[in-house]
Design a protein. Structure first.
Length: 460
């Protein structure tokens, strides 16, 4: 339904700690029925409106299985497994999976080519009532991706991600809940380029956009070690019958280290720390839904986010780059049952952003502000007891695009979907969207096309 969310009543879009802020403790209260979903999906993007090291085209395919098993008073269990396949076409020189994580360091070669990644991801979550009114939950995840570039230097990439999330939720009264959770992610990416003939491979360790160190050898490698800590507090309350509110505060710290082999006199020693990146994210969010009438729901959402980062060369304690982005967002929404068979929902969001960037190593300094508007519309029509169809439209006007760098950019999204109850206890869901982003100057743009199917089995 066009990604409307401010006032939409949906079991996956409520204001409780699990759906609102990812706290695993509240899974026990959120999920009361066992189900299993098989979800094949594809998401694709293409166009010339992109960053320097981003692919010209990207085709991603996923096959996921996700299920909930309720165990009564013994708790609730969630299991999820995904196999991912990524095909990145027209990647210019960059060899890292996420070159724009936020630091000043890049690992490249001299060619433009395609990089394919594939690998599994698994996630397990368990939630239970620890004491009367006190829920506890924990989740663990593990993912692997292996990548290969199709032309010289034919670099190989090996990515590994381990995650953990633990939380508590205390229901002080039936209408007031306080919750907290802590999550961590340990990420490692190793890239190796090895000669397949008598020629050496030639790679570059970039510091900023201009300066680099060339390494020519029979084997050249780069390792990225990333540790992320996430702390979050949540509040959920129903002050009176028709009003539901939620709030959350989040602090996330990330440390990224760029490690390269240290070789002297043909002997290998401990890896050398070429670069260090620190990223900080602070977020305060509050939302409310007012159930004005049986057929009308109003919604409000506000959020303040601060992102800041610095990158330095540890060996010389040399600061290379620092940046920060402040964002304040406010949104209103309404959801209205036009008839017993038809639902209409709409959101309006406004955002004010300001950013500063100081690339000392490149002598480049940038400061910008942006005032953005976003409109979302969605509708759902129940054709029969077993069949529903839906559609949506988004429109955004972006003064300064902080992601791709354009000015006065326009974003449009069109979506369609349907749900069909094939048999009792068997539901088939479909979603597809097409979107485009275009700056005011030039003929460049970026487009996306997504398709998702989901077969849901109840009470398996």
């Amino acid at each position: 339904m066009g990604n409307v969310s401010n006032a939409l009543i949906d079991e996956d879009n409520d204001l409780t700690p699990y759906n609102y802020a990812g706290n695993p403790a509240w899974l026990y209260n959120d999920e009361k029925v066992s189900w299993l979903r098989m979800i094949p999906s594809t998401n694709n993007s293409w166009g010339d409106y992109k960053k320097r090291f981003s692919p010209g085209r990207e085709n991603n395919y996923n096959l996921a299985f996700k299920g909930i098993k309720t165990l009564g008073t013994d708790g609730t269990f969630l299991g999820e497994t995904i196999y991912r396949f990524e095909n990145r076409k027209g990647v210019s020189r960059s060899l890292t999976h996420d070159p724009y994580f936020g630091g000043a360091f890049f690992f490249t070669d001299t060619t433009r080519g395609d990089i394919k990644y594939d690998g599994p991801y698994v996630n397990f979550m368990y939630s239970f009532e620890l004491l009367p009114g006190l829920q506890a939950g924990a989740a663990a995840s593990y993912g692997i991706l292996n990548g290969l570039k199709n032309i010289y230097t034919r670099s190989e990439s090996h990515l590994r991600e381990v995650g953990f999330n633990a939380g508590l939720a205390y229901q002080i009264t039936d209408d007031f809940t306080f919750a907290a959770n802590y999550a961590l992610i340990d990420y490692q990416e190793k890239i190796v380029a090895e000669s397949e003939d008598l020629l050496d491979v030639e790679n570059f360790y970039y510091r900023g956009d201009t300066y680099s160190i060339m390494k020519r050898s029979g084997s050249v490698s780069d390792k990225i070690q990333r540790d992320i800590d996430h702390y979050s507090l949540q509040l959920h309350a129903i002050p009176f019958e028709k009003l539901e509110i939620a709030a959350s505060g989040t602090l996330r710290n990330a440390v990224e280290m760029i490690l390269i082999p240290y070789v002297k006199d043909n002997q290998s020693f401990k890896e050398f720390e070429e670069g260090e990146v620190r990223l900080y994210h602070y977020d305060l969010r509050a939302s409310a839904k007012y159930y004005a009438y049986q057929d009308l729901t109003l919604g409000l959402n506000t959020e303040y986010a601060l992102n800041k980062s610095w990158s330095k060369n540890p060996y010389r304690n040399l600061l290379l780059w620092e940046w920060d982005i402040n964002q304040l967002t406010a949104g209103l929404g309404m959801s209205y049952n036009v008839t017993s068979d038809m639902l209409f929902s709409a959101d309006y969001n406004i955002a004010s952003l300001s950013g500063d960037s100081s690339k000392y190593i490149d002598s480049r300094y940038y400061s910008a502000t942006s005032f953005d508007h976003n409109f979302k519309f969605g509708a759902e029509y129940e054709i029969s007891r077993r069949i529903s169809v839906r559609c949506g439209y988004n429109f955004s006007k972006i003064e300064n695009d902080f992601v791709f760098g354009g000015k006065d950019a326009t974003f449009n999204l069109f979506s369609v979907g349907a749900s069909i109850e094939i048999l009792d206890g068997y539901d088939l869901e479909f979603y597809s969207s097409f979107s485009s982003l275009k700056p005011s100057s030039g003929s460049i743009n970026r487009e996306w096309f997504d398709i998702v199917f989901a077969l849901k089995v109840l009470n398996f």
